[in-house]
Ligand binder design. Structure first.
Ligand code: ADP
Length: 433
């Protein structure tokens, strides 16, 4: 028994003695004892009332000092309350930290009970699934994501593989949904925006389909002719030239496709081979202009205006590939009598190669897709002129590797301008002797 309780008992004993004494003096024992016990009871009631008031109030400070056993009760209650407050604060900090970290997650996370009742979610989930607080708390997830595939996935209860589906909010967005069971029959739904990945997969699939398609035509032609040669040995002499030149043409096309494909895959994957040197661009342009003249066979007027002292710090082979692709394209897609102007110059932003023609031009809907592999405006015409459909894809990749870019201005029937930009950091002003 501690001090306050023993003093409390002494207080009671003392009071009873006072009652007895007053009883002796007055001769009214019962009345005196009743008065003393009533006073003691009132005092306890008063303290009980103070405690009640303190409990109902804000309970910020220690309750006013009380006497006897009450001081003990007050003190322990106060300690208990302080401990609870500290614990609550720690818990609140932990919850806040947890909320902040889940909000920083790049993926959406939704916490649900075993039957799919939504309990909590992070910021990304609100964005991807349009969850709104407090309205959606307690709703069933299958009521909010109204998709039969998702409902099936939810019911399956085998969540080893994620489910890929269209976003319920936007047809163009693809989501990967994965349920992870955890804790005491809780479920965590993780949602990731995989639109970019989905598009890349599509591009890869298209690419493979295109490669096979592109290689099939030349191979069919070659094998067809070979069959003809074998079937009709006698007529071989007459048909000789036609067959051989066609086979040669298709073989060259196939070789071009394979060379371009290899270059493109090297550009995409290998950075180590990207050697840079001082490249004499004016000399390269002279050389390409001569080849373009040969390709044009006098059908076009090709002009070259090039800044003699303007060199580039770049990869020689890649620059040749970019410039020849653009200049040969101008020849291929400009009808007889057309003009082709090639300009190589620098301004305060960097160096520019401009190839302008007044040829076929390109309709605006094709422009954003021109640099895709195998994309052609006119498939027949491109194949006829020996095109692989990979030229502009190569141009785009090379420019990207040099921190540059390709700009295309074109108007159907009026002509096109293809402009390559190279940043000023690659520009070299070479002194000519
Ligand atoms: P291709 O080998 O078919 O020329 P490219 O990637 O070099 O492939 O070009 C893609 C398509 O862009 C071409 O098929 C053609 O339709 C269009 N194109 C490119 N250059 C020009 C140009 N100077 N004028 C008109 N169309 C062009």
């Amino acid at each position: 028994m501690n001090n306050s309780w023993s003093s409390e008992i002494w207080r009671l004993v003392g009071l009873l003695f006072v009652g007895l004494f007053l009883g002796l003096v007055t001769g009214r024992f019962a009345l005196m004892l009743l008065l003393i016990v009533s006073a003691y009871l009132i005092w306890h009631l008063y303290n009980l009332h103070r405690l009640d008031m303190w409990l109902q109030g804000k309970r910020t400070g220690m309750p006013e000092v009380a006497e006897g056993a009450w001081s003990n009760v007050y003190y322990h209650l106060y300690r208990l309350q302080q401990r609870n407050r500290r614990r609550k604060k720690r818990l609140a900090t932990m919850v806040n930290r947890f909320r902040e970290s889940t909000n920083a997650l790049p993926d959406a996370a939704v916490i649900m009970s075993a039957n799919g009742t939504i309990e909590n979610w992070n910021k990304k989930a609100a964005e991807l699934l349009d969850l709104k607080s407090p309205h959606d708390t307690g709703q069933l997830i299958t009521n909010l994501i109204r998709n039969p595939e998702f409902a099936r996935y939810f019911r399956r209860s085998d969540y080893a593989e994620p489910l890929r589906m269209k976003s319920p909010l936007n047809e163009l967005v693809r989501l990967s949904m994965q349920i992870v069971p955890y804790g005491n029959k809780q479920l965590l739904l993780l949602v990731r925006d995989v639109t970019r990945l989905y598009k890349l997969e599509q591009v890869r699939k298209d690419f493979i389909a295109n490669v096979s398609h592109e290689l099939r035509t030349p191979l069919t032609v070659i094998s067809g002719y070979l069959e003809t040669i074998l079937d009709a040995q006698d007529e071989w002499a007459d048909e000789n030239d036609k067959i051989l030149s066609s086979m040669m043409q298709q073989t060259i096309r196939m070789q071009n496709i394979v060379t371009d494909l290899l270059l493109i895959s090297r550009l995409e994957t290998d950075d180590s081979e990207h050697k840079r040197d001082q490249v004499d661009v004016p000399a390269i342009l002279e050389m390409i202009r001569e080849d373009a003249d040969a390709l044009s066979m006098g059908r076009h007027k090709i002009k070259l205006a090039s800044d003699r002292i303007l060199w580039l710090y770049a990869n020689h082979e890649e620059i040749v590939s970019v410039f020849s692709n653009l200049i040969y394209n101008a020849v291929k897609y400009t009808p007889e009598g057309g003009d082709i102007n090639i300009r190589w110059f620098a301004d305060e932003r960097g160096a520019w190669l401009e190839v302008e023609d007044n040829g076929a031009g390109i309709a605006p809907q094709h422009l954003p897709r021109l640099t895709e592999r195998f994309y052609r405006v006119d498939v027949g015409r491109s194949r006829e002129s020996g095109g692989t459909g990979l030229g502009l894809a190569i141009v785009k990749h090379v420019l990207k590797r040099h921190n540059g870019r390709l700009e295309i201005d074109s108007e159907l029937g009026k002509g096109s301008t293809f402009r390559c930009y190279f940043p000023i950091s690659l520009v070299i002003e070479k002194e000519v002797a």
